[in-house]
Design a protein around this ligand. Structure first.
Ligand code: GAR
Length: 192
């Protein structure tokens, strides 16, 4: 099975979906570690399963470059085939990109290239779009700019607030992420 390291910053419901999928014997990937950039509640579900966790906090390092190198080293220690940013709310730097570029993916709550950045759901509502969605993409040096691997639409409903719309998007994101990780885990081709 492909070895997956998941990175998160918060609740970790997307990570939970991957952990549940990976509990099934037929799923082609296993989550071998879950990391965060802060003491995130999402790490708990990995701990309960006995899966190693790590926290690499920016303020514990002299600067962003040192943090980026430490994060790359933590991830590398788990020898991943695939690294999944699932609600990881930081931009990874050159050390992580150099080590894992091409097998480093992110899930984003909008139809990229529309609404990149940290407030995608709010920005989609403010723009008044009728359809938004979820994107899984390869991470490159830009902010939410890497090649798209999978996308699925989600309608904006009348009266939606940010929380309601984000919850509906996350339901779709969970399935899309589980499917895309399985596809990459079984694919012979390098996603690059
Ligand atoms: C997800 O919607 C994910 O796409 C988003 O954070 C949420 C995490 O949910 N990520 C970003 O906005 C990254 N820019 P979770 O903590 O319940 O998995």
């Amino acid at each position: 099975r492909a070895r997956v390291v998941v990175l998160l910053s918060g609740t970790g419901s997307l990570c939970a979906a991957l952990l549940e999928a990976a509990d099934e014997a037929g799923y082609p990937a296993a989550v071998v570690a879950v990391g965060s950039d802060r003491p995130a509640p999402g790490l708990e579900q990995a701990r309960r399963r006995g899966i190693p966790t790590f926290t690499c906090t920016l303020r514990d390092h002299p600067d962003r470059a040192a943090w980026d190198r430490a994060l790359a080293a933590e991830i590398a220690g788990h020898r991943p085939d695939l690294v999944v940013s699932a609600g990881f709310m930081r931009i990874v730097g050159p050390a992580v990109l150099d080590a894992f570029g091409g097998r480093l993916i992110n899930t984003h709550p909008a139809l990229l290239p529309a609404f990149p950045g940290a407030h995608a759901v709010r920005d989609a509502l403010a723009a008044g779009v009728e359809v938004t969605g979820s994107t899984v993409h390869l991470i490159d040096a830009g902010v939410d700019t890497g090649p798209v691997l999978a996308q699925r639409e989600v309608p904006v409903l009348p009266g939606d607030d940010e929380t309601q719309l984000h919850e509906r998007i996350k339901t779709v994101e969970r399935t899309l992420l589980v499917e895309t990780v399985a596809r990459l885990a079984t694919s012979e081709e390098d996603p690059r």
